[in-house]
Design a protein. Sequence first.
Length: 446
Amino acid sequence: MTKRHGYALLTAIIATIMALSAAIYVGVGFDDGAARDTMASGRGPHNNPAAPASTGVWVGTWSTSPSGAEPGTETNGMAGRSVRNVVHAGVGGTAARVTLSNLYGQQPLSITHASIAVAATANNAAAAAAADTMRRLTFGGNPSVIVPPGQQVVSDAARLLIPHDTDILVTTYSPTPSGPVTYHPTARQISYTAEGDRTEDVTGLPYAAQTPAWRYLTAVDVLSNESEGTVVVIGDSLTDGVTSSMGENRRWTDALADRLRDRARGGSDGPRYSVVNQGISGNRLLAGGGGRPAGNPSGLNRFDRDVLGRTNVKAVVIALGVNDILRTPHQTDADKITAGLRELTERAHARGLRVIGATLMPFQGHRGYRPNLEATRQAVNAQIRSGDIFDDHVDFDEAVRDPYNPRRLNPLYDSGDHLHPSDRGYEQMAKKFDLDMLKGSAPAEL
């Protein structure tokens, strides 16, 4: 074999390995956030080849958990339409990359065109891009990509200055039917669709159709000098922020991200972390939904994918267990719930991650309340407070309960359904964190 042929063969092998690594969903690897030369090449007018080389570390600025197949998309998916997801950047950066998922798809998902931009407005009222921020996304240097069923892809990094606490537009176009759309239904954020390939439209005018869900997009990472790592929160509707104000980013995870950023700006030597939200409404710790892959998979089932698979994870917050108690069939054995929580802690410790657990919040007055269920909740909380499940805990129960009736939410923080907090309640939950508890190494043995 000639030297030239050997070099060509080696190049082909490396390219194949890289493509497989980007595509495989189940076996996503741990990303330590180290900056690498993965910038888009700058081909075409929509990249910025003159931008200086970026420094920093890769962190998650936003993410969500794929929770099922969108009803009504079983045959055609989003064929012939542009999908413009609107998401919020918790921390800023000088470059960005996105993750697209076809986890619940039954056919290959063909993305022929994708883009990222900073949104023109801060009030989430439109799909317009800020001037000079539209960037074409590439995948292994190509403008198109095919995502096999059950898998995901990560784009190349695009040079783009993203300020913290701003909205990002990630748009994809699929020309052909691809079967069920992988989505997150309770975004608390309006996103958009347009007929035809409007991927790089900056006006937002063609985006007449609105949706309260996120489609295909599951993560946005940024190359950041503001953050040293990512806090990943896994939870249910209380973390998903199902009763928070639409489009205002008032979930408790948003408030926690604001607290961390404000403290870092003040010169504190505390944790400089971003926060990403892996809440799924209705999620349980122990039991998942039906289907293959399971819709709304249990916390135990999805922990590796949604938590350990995120970028540059430094700490984990676990806020699960209420739905195991409250939903039929009710789990009334507190020891089974705490055993599940311990398993998640052990899996995080195997990665050297610090784990913070949240106590379960009260729900008397909710239609599902029963005295025996309250007893289970109290028993779980007693074990959490004892310190033998997590490295530390945040007492959400204490933060939002009625001081005159601790089985109920404080009326000041109740959204009205006696289970989910209001915006003010979510803010109170975030205030309960001692931010220093997020930093530090996991013990070798809990």
